[in-house]
Design a protein around this ligand. Structure first.
Ligand SMILES: NC(=O)c1ccc[n+]([C@@H]2O[C@H](COP(=O)([O-])OP(=O)(O)OC[C@H]3O[C@@H](n4cnc5c(N)ncnc54)[C@H](OP(=O)(O)O)[C@@H]3O)[C@@H](O)[C@H]2O)c1
Length: 294
């Protein structure tokens, strides 16, 4: 996770090995799109190497246009793919696996890798549920984020005991095609989910609010959004590339007696740091609850 910005992108493009496996997605929504677009745009896979299923046509059209193999039958994906990414909402996991099992008719040997991106669902639960369709399932639990669509994603994953070193390698290849990726212990997955999985939603809210402030001060909406977006992009790049602590970088913007420190004063009085920390904690707690419900 050490290289930043354009340099990392350049390295990524050089390092993206073509993935020779067939990649399946059960669920065709936002997360499948983010991972799939990362894979296709980086050149790691062709759309024709992707098999994808969803119960309705709501999201399937985009995939058909790209040239992926689509179906409303989850068994079609499991039969054809080497690596199957579970990308439905956690509450639909049981239904999705029941449909798969009905369509397959018999247990599969453990020749396929299952990668779950479902928030909160632990590896032991996934293994238990997957035993309905596979003998000794090989499972990886991953947490990507939507910026994978623009190859600036940030993903973490953990492996099960049954996953092989080759499974770890292919998982790394899949997720680093869309940005940064690292393996972590499962005990940190819910925390990582809150920071980088849900994080884009928090950042978008802050960006919208900053743009509203700019509009309030008379800047047209489109320019306000562009100013904010470039500011967030540049600030993130400075943190990644300078190696300086964000506090140091903040200090370098705030001149003594200047205008920036007056804005900071308002943020601090409103408790912005505590609120953001509470947001992370609330998100982790909800992931833990979701894990217990499944
Ligand atoms: N969105 C994020 O930023 C993010 C980040 C990290 C992890 N995740 C995780 O990614 C997963 C998917 O989230 P999302 O935002 O992509 O949701 P989404 O946009 O609502 O997409 C869910 C997909 O699952 C499909 N689906 C529903 N029931 C199904 C079934 N029985 N069999 C097969 N497919 C089924 C839906 O079908 P239709 O197309 O027919 O509706 C849809 O294509 C969640 O578990 C979430 O925790 C999301």
């Amino acid at each position: 996770m050490e290289v930043g910005g354009d340099k990392r992108k350049e390295n990524n493009l050089q390092n993206v090995n073509r993935i020779q496996k067939v990649i399946g997605f059960i669920g065709a929504g936002n997360m499948a799109k983010a991972i799939g677009e990362g894979l296709i745009k980086s050149g790691a896979v062709d759309a024709s190497q992707i098999y994808i299923s969803a119960p309705t046509q709501r999201n399937i059209g985009t995939w058909m246009e790209l040239g992926a193999h689509t179906s409303d039958n989850n068994g079609f994906v499991v039969k054809n793919a080497d690596v199957i990414i579970l990308a439905m909402k956690p509450q639909y996991l049981d239904a999705a696996l029941a449909e798969t099992s009905d369509s397959l008719g018999d247990w599969l040997p453990n020749t396929k890798l299952f990668i779950s991106v479902l928030g909160g669902i632990r590896i032991d639960t996934l293994e238990e549920k997957l035993k309905k369709i596979v003998i000794r399932p090989r499972v990886i639990r991953a947490m990507p984020n939507t910026p994978m669509m623009v190859q600036e994603g940030c993903s973490a994953f953990c492996r099960s005991i049954s996953a092989t070193d080759e499974d770890v390698k292919i998982t790394h290849q899949i997720f680093s095609a869309g940005g940064r990726c690292e393996m972590i212990p499962e005990s940190l997955m819910n925390a990582v989910s809150a920071v980088s999985g849900s994080g884009p939603a928090f950042i978008f809210v802050m960006m919208e609010a900053l743009a509203d402030g700019a509009v309030k001060m008379g800047i047209p909406r489109a320019s306000s959004i562009e100013l904010v977006a470039q500011t967030v992009l540049g600030s993130a790049k400075m943190v990644l590339e300078s190696g300086q602590h964000p506090g140091q970088l903040k200090d370098s913007v705030c001149s003594p007696g200047g205008s920036s420190i007056c804005g900071i004063n308002v943020l601090e009085r409103a408790g912005v740091r505590g609120v953001l920390m509470d947001a992370i904690e609330a998100t982790v707690k909800r992931s833990e609850e979701m894990g217990k419900l499944s």
